[in-house]
Write a protein that binds this ligand. Structure first.
Ligand SMILES: [Fe+2]
Length: 247
């Protein structure tokens, strides 16, 4: 596992160079705009809670790594509540008809966040506890980069608005340590996990694929935030053809 963690660390440095992260660091842009990709991330963030609750967690297992993962999921399965609270504080909590909110959540603009969460479900369902741990380590490494940046923006916004941002601010970052959480001395424990050659190769490939997915996600959020303004984002043409409905 030691080599896998080193691989993840190297990929994390590269991931930190993606344009969305530079966009969030650009103080010439209104801080609220720098977080205006968040509605597009909703399918991923909501799905991520369920990934923890229903796929990463396995209460029937006594495997020590699975027990560690179960602890981790207790921390990570409810952060979407903080996200919804911040959506309100950021002023993105528009009133929409139920059908319009469905059209947005299943629109082309939110396709990648949905797709990425489906793929994570697929990888996690095919994984043994050790492979799940590799997926979690990549998610934590990339999450740590994203939340380090959002916390900076949230700090700037807090000075302006007086609001405390639970999901985007330091509150969330404090529990997104960059590694699986909920177990004492986790970093040392991870270093001691041994793998055979086959496990090692599979873990490397899996880590690579999950980095690709999260890169795809972050790039889709960047495309969204640089394409739409806040209002327009919810008013795109539906992917449902009205002529089809009438027929
Ligand atoms: Fe989280």
């Amino acid at each position: 596992m030691k080599e896998i963690l080193a691989f993840i660390e190297a990929k994390k440095q590269k991931f930190a160079q993606l344009p969305l992260l530079g966009f969030m660091q650009d103080k010439n842009i209104d801080p609220r705009k720098r977080l205006a990709w968040s509605p597009c991330a909703a399918p991923f963030i909501m799905g991520f809670g369920e990934l923890n609750k229903y796929v990463f967690r396995d209460l029937t297992s006594s495997d020590p790594i699975q027990l560690l993962i179960n602890q981790h999921t207790e921390e990570d399965d409810h952060h979407w509540l903080w996200f919804l609270s911040d959506i309100d504080k950021l002023g993105f909590d528009y009133s929409l008809r139920f059908s319009d909110s469905m059209k947005f959540l299943w629109s082309e603009a939110t396709k990648t966040p949905r797709w990425v969460v489906h793929q994570l479900f697929r990888y996690a369902l095919e994984s043994d506890p050790l492979q799940k741990l590799v997926i979690i380590e990549v998610l934590e490494a990339t999450g740590n980069v994203v939340f380090t940046n959002t916390a900076q923006v949230a700090q700037e916004l807090q000075v302006i608005t007086g609001n405390k941002y639970l999901y985007f601010g330091g509150f969330h970052l404090a529990v997104e340590t960059g590694h699986a959480t909920g177990t004492n001395d986790i970093e040392n424990f991870l270093q001691t996990i041994e793998m055979n050659d086959i496990q090692h190769q599979a873990a490397l490939q899996l880590a690579e694929k999950v980095f690709e997915l999260i890169t795809e996600l972050v790039n889709a959020l960047f495309a969204y935030v640089t394409t739409y303004d806040d209002q327009q984002a919810f008013m795109q043409p539906s992917t449902i053809d009205n002529a089809v409905i009438a027929a």
